[in-house]
Design a protein around this ligand. Structure first.
Ligand code: SAM
Length: 157
């Protein structure tokens, strides 16, 4: 892992080292709205954090893999899955080095992943290749217009 990304993992591990879920236990509203469009089959959740989307999609019957650089976030994701009586697979990885299996996924999810442009370009290319026929990519992300609102998230586009 390069030093910059190692620092990011430390940042997110620290951020998730609190009681409760920083982004809540309920799924992202857009993910919940469009999840019925995901065909039956395995789902990959990128930059999944504490697992709110992964666990929800597992309760719908999908076999879910959640990837994030934060082992603390993913440990909370596994506990959330236990609470809901479902299983998820978690992978602690830097998305810059993570290989998305080709043609393997009925759904790929990314909410507020905030990836740097170069990583984002590669990942989105690999997402397209990773979907099985009829598979669905669900993305929610800021546009550069978000900068004017001075909310959380990256300060570059
Ligand atoms: C704003 S949080 C969103 C978490 C989750 N998607 C959600 O909506 O609840 C951003 C997440 O992206 C993860 N992340 C950012 N860059 C990453 C990278 N290069 N590799 C793996 N995870 C990354 C962080 O660890 C963090 O969990």
């Amino acid at each position: 892992m390069n030093p910059k990304l190692h620092m990011d993992a430390i940042f997110w591990n620290d951020r998730y080292s609190v009681a409760g879920h920083v982004y809540g236990e309920e799924p992202n509203a857009f993910v919940a709205e469009v999840a019925p469009h995901i065909p039956a089959g395995p789902v990959l959740c990128l930059a999944e954090g504490e697992g709110r989307n992964a666990v929800y999609l597992a309760t719908l019957g999908h076999r879910v893999t959640a990837v994030d650089q934060s082992e603390v976030g993913l440990a909370k994701a596994r506990r959330l899955a236990d609470t809901h009586g479902v299983e998820i697979t978690t992978v602690t990885a830097d998305l810059d080095c993570y290989d998305i299996a080709v043609g393997a996924w009925a759904g790929i999810i990314a909410t507020f992943a905030h990836l740097p442009p170069a990583v984002r370009r590669r990942i989105h290319h690999d997402v397209a290749a990773g979907l099985m026929p009829g598979g669905v990519f669900i993305l929610e992300a800021y546009t550069p217009a978000q900068l004017a609102f001075d909310t959380g998230g990256p300060k570059t586009s």
